[in-house]
Ligand binder design. Structure first.
Ligand code: ADP
Ligand code: MG
Length: 253
């Protein structure tokens, strides 16, 4: 059965896109056909997966507006077994257009209908907000993965997100669950980071992935070469962490 995972956190810069790209790649490398859906107008997941934006005929924008099917918007990535529904800046305009369309919260879910016949996993990257794009993601997903940076306001942000998830469950998607919380950019030399990690693990227990993603410059360099961490620095701690995360996700699914 296909599992659709939404990578969400209303905060920017917490590692959503890095996680979406490298988890999707990890799953594909483990032999599971995976579709990465980029729902952020910045299109960083698209670039990170090695897709050249200038040559696209259709994007997730056309899918949301109902002008194209998922088959027409899907392109192959640089990774075997990983396809991408790309995003470009025109998606920013879609938010305004979406607001006036019928079924505006479930257009992604409707658009992806049938994609489960081809993929074992669908990973959706979202922009940092709680607007219509993340709502479309949550409506389309089976479960959410929440990347979280170890910073002072992290727990507060998580409480807000849980509130949104409850609203979505009640109104749009009763089956939605939290697959797990992922600690990202962890630097164990920093006391604040150790303290926040401990507090999150105390409060959320087994919902926090055992794997934590370490802070490493390699993870931020890889996308500028159109590569994922698995080819850019295959033996480094970033690749090892995302492989361990991939296996943990497989266990939880
Ligand atoms: P988001 O999608 O939540 O905005 P990104 O994945 O784009 O977050 O990450 C924000 C920035 O931090 C990017 O420049 C990215 O390359 C960098 N980054 C992400 N994860 C790590 C990490 N584990 N170590 C170092 N830099 C990271
Ligand atoms: Mg992002």
């Amino acid at each position: 059965m296909t599992k659709t995972l939404a990578i969400v956190n209303q905060k920017g810069g917490v590692g959503k896109t890095t996680t979406a790209v490298n988890l999707a790649t990890g799953l594909a490398r483990e032999g599971h056909r995976t579709l990465l859906v980029d729902l952020d107008p910045q299109g960083n997941a698209t670039t990170g997966a090695g897709v050249e934006k200038s040559r696209l005929e259709a994007t997730v924008y056309d899918l949301l507006l109902g002008d194209c099917t998922w088959r027409e918007t899907t392109v192959a990535s640089a990774v075997e077994g990983l396809d991408v529904i790309p995003a470009t800046l025109d998606l920013a305009g879609a938010v305004v257009e979406l607001a006036t369309l019928p079924e505006r919260e479930v257009r992604l879910r409707n658009g992806l209908d049938g994609a489960d016949s081809r993929y074992r996993f669908i990973i959706i990257d979202t922009p940092p907000s709680l607007g219509l794009l993340p709502i479309n993601t949550l409506a389309a997903a089976d479960a959410v993965l929440v990347p979280m940076q170890c910073e002072f306001y992290a727990l507060e942000g998580l409480a807000q997100l849980e509130y949104t998830l409850r609203l979505v469950k009640r109104g749009l998607n009763p089956a939605l669950e939290i697959l797990g919380i992922l600690l990202t950019m962890v630097d164990t030399r920093m006391k604040l980071c150790r303290d926040v990690s401990a507090a999150v693990r105390r409060q959320y227990g087994a919902r926090v992935f055992k794997t934590a993603i370490p802070r490493t410059i390699r993870l931020s360099e890889a996308p500028s070469y159109g590569e994922t961490i698995f080819t850019y620095d295959p033996r480094g701690k970033g690749a090892r962490a995302y492989l361990t995360l991939t296996r943990e996700v497989l266990d939880r699914c």
